[in-house]
Each structure stands twice: as structure tokens, then as C-alpha cells.
Design a protein around this ligand. Structure first.
Ligand SMILES: [Zn+2]
Length: 337
């Protein structure tokens, strides 16, 4: 979700965000909404949608029922992405990082008077894609925000953000999406509860990913990738075979698939399994993947082939033939669908 995307008249939060949304509204009504707000939550759960809904609410001149009105001049401008008091900062095309020049121009923007005479809003998403220099350039704005200016930072890896940034923001950890609400929401697209359940399981409970899999008809391809990883653990698939299946995936996608598979294994494991040698190895490998993800999002460019081979080999050797997790029925159901 970006300002340049086509926006509806009213930007509402998603069903599972109702509690977070009402908390933000209460803060706003009480004049206590922090000027530097850090929204943290899992990927594909709608954090940027929430940030967009809050931005448009802050800019709206006639907000009603806790949402932007959709009709005032400010809402028309924010819907078309041309509101002069609104900036949305994200990595520029082909870049993985928010650069210092982008942050400097936003700092300059926050120091000017609002052109429509109300509030100014800046969204940084994902905030952890700022490099160190960019983060440093932002510190002063976070510390001494200009009047009626709101900085909304969005990220899913809180500890990838420098402590200097974290400590200057009020952190709101967004609720984990409720499965029943996710399913009801997915049903609107799939018109099939069984299909919604398969998609949500395949997406590890992340509703926007499930929706994307449905929209792109990509569930079967993803199921094959995830089954290949499971095949590695049971000796049915070799490392080169699994690597070949990931040939079309970017480094980020590969890391995300592998991390999701390990997280799924851990989630389905019981207490004693988690503290077993394999359980501990799973956490160690997950840490390594998270470090790589951070390095890649900060601009590192590892040798893809070497990295894929090394990680798949470790995954097979450390977690293979093990007792971690015990539930692959949903995936099997997914591939038959
Ligand atoms: Zn409005």
C-alpha cells in the first residue's frame, strides 16, 4: 500500500485491527497521540494499511466515526496521492534501503508549515530499511517534532531498528490477526471456507499473504516449495533438487520461505521437542536467517548460490529426519486442491 496506489474514499483498518485502531482513536481524541509512533507487527498483516488509515484520518478535515470522511478536500487529495502535507517514505525502486537524501527531504518537509493548515504526516515503511546515516538524519525530527506533525514508522523487525530510533518513538505492537476474522475476510475473495483455511495455513496465518496467494493463483507453487523443504527433512528430496526448485525465487523470497518453514516447525512442536538438540538447532538456524535478512535489507549482496546451498544443507543436516512438528495435513490438502 502506497499513496500512489488507488485508494478508496475511506481508508478503514482491517477487521483484526479493531482493537489497535480504537486505541489509536482514543489517543487522538484525548490529544495524546504520540508524534513519533512506531507500529510493529508481523509481515502481511496489514501494518501499512493501518498507517494509511491513520494518516488519512489525521489529514481529514471532517472525520466521522473514527475514520476519514472520504469527501472533504483533504480526503480527495489524500485519495489521489497528491496531498501536500503527506509524505510516504519507502525504498526507491530497485533499492532496498531508504536513503539519507530521502530522509533529509522529509526533515525539511516537517519543518515547513502545513499547506492546508491542518496536520502533516510522514510514514516510513519499512522503517528498518533506513541505513545508519538515514536513521541518524531522522533523530532530531523524532526528538523535537514540529507542531502538528506526525511521524508513523512501520516495521516488522523491531530490533533491526537502531535503539536511538526505538527510544524516541512510542511503540505500538499490533495484535496478531485473529484466525476467525482472517477467514471471514478471506471468504469474501475465495467464497469457499475450505479454500480460505488452506490459504491461511499456507501463509502461516498471515492474511494478506493468503490473499495474495489467492489473487496470483500462486498457492500450488508455494505448496511445492514448502513440500520440497519438508522432503529435505525426510530424505525424499536432495539439496540440489530443493535448490533447483527455488531457482526463480529472489534471495529475500528464499530466506522468507525457509524462515517461515522453520517457524512453522517450531510452532507445531511440543515443549520437549523445542528443547531437544534439533529444537535448539532450529532456533540457531532461524537466527542466522534473520541476520541474513537484515543484512540483505541493509543492502548486502551475498552470493546467492552459495547461500542457498549452505542454508539448505544446514537445514537438512540439523533438522532432518527429526521429530520437530507433526502436522503436514493442511499442506497436503493444499496441493490437492
Ligand atoms: Zn475528509
Amino acid at each position: 500500500m502506497k499513496p500512489q496506489d488507488e485508494l478508496p474514499e475511506v481508508s478503514a483498518p482491517l477487521p483484526w485491527q479493531a482493537q489497535d485502531w480504537s486505541h489509536l482513536n482514543q489517543q487522538l481524541a484525548a490529544g495524546k497521540l504520540p508524534h513519533a509512533l512506531l507500529l510493529v507487527g508481523n509481515q502481511y498483516t496489514g501494518k501499512t494499511r493501518l498507517a494509511m488509515a491513520l494518516s488519512r484520518l489525521l489529514l481529514c478535515h471532517q472525520s466521522a466515526n473514527g475514520l476519514n470522511c472520504g469527501h472533504c478536500h483533504a480526503c480527495q487529495l489524500s485519495a489521489s496521492g497528491s496531498h501536500g502535507d503527506f509524505r510516504w517514505l519507502q525504498p526507491e525502486e530497485k533499492s532496498r534501503v531508504i536513503k539519507i537524501d530521502q530522509v533529509r527531504s522529509v526533515v525539511e518537509f516537517t519543518n515547513k508549515t502545513a499547506s492546508l493548515g491542518q496536520r502533516k504526516v510522514v510514514v516510513l515503511a519499512p522503517a528498518d530499511s533506513m541505513n545508519v546515516n538515514a536513521a541518524n538524519a531522522l533523530l532530531k525530527s523524532l526528538e523535537e517534532p514540529a507542531a502538528d506533525t506526525y511521524l508513523l514508522l512501520v516495521c516488522h523487525r523491531l530490533h533491526s531498528l537502531p535503539a536511538t530510533i526505538r527510544s524516541r518513538c512510542q511503540i505500538q505492537k499490533l495484535a496478531v490477526p485473529d484466525a476467525q476474522q482472517c477467514l471471514a475476510w478471506l471468504d469474501q475473495a475465495t467464497l469457499d471456507r475450505g479454500r480460505s483455511e488452506q490459504l491461511l495455513a499456507l501463509a502461516d496465518g498471515r492474511p494478506l499473504l493468503a490473499q495474495q496467494l489467492f489473487a496470483e493463483d500462486a498457492a500450488d507453487a508455494l505448496t511445492r516449495l514448502r513440500l520440497a523443504l519438508r522432503g529435505l527433512l525426510t530424505g525424499q528430496v536432495s539439496v540440489p533438487e530443493a535448490g533447483a526448485l527455488f531457482a526463480a525465487a529472489s534471495v529475500e523470497e528464499f530466506l522468507a520461505h525457509l524462515a517461515a518453514e522453520i517457524q512453522g516447525l517450531l510452532r507445531r512442536s511440543r515443549g520437549p521437542q523445542l528443547s531437544s538438540r534439533q529444537g535448539r538447532a532450529a532456533f540457531v538456524l532461524l537466527d542466522e536467517i534473520l541476520r541474513l535478512q537484515r543484512a540483505v535489507s541493509a543492502g548486502a549482496n551475498p552470493n546467492r548460490q552459495l547461500m542457498v546451498d549452505a542454508l539448505l544443507t544446514k537445514f537438512e543436516r540439523e533438522l532432518g529426519d527429526g521429530q520437530l512438528g507433526d502436522n503436514i495435513q493442511v499442506l497436503k490438502g493444499g496441493i490437492q486442491a
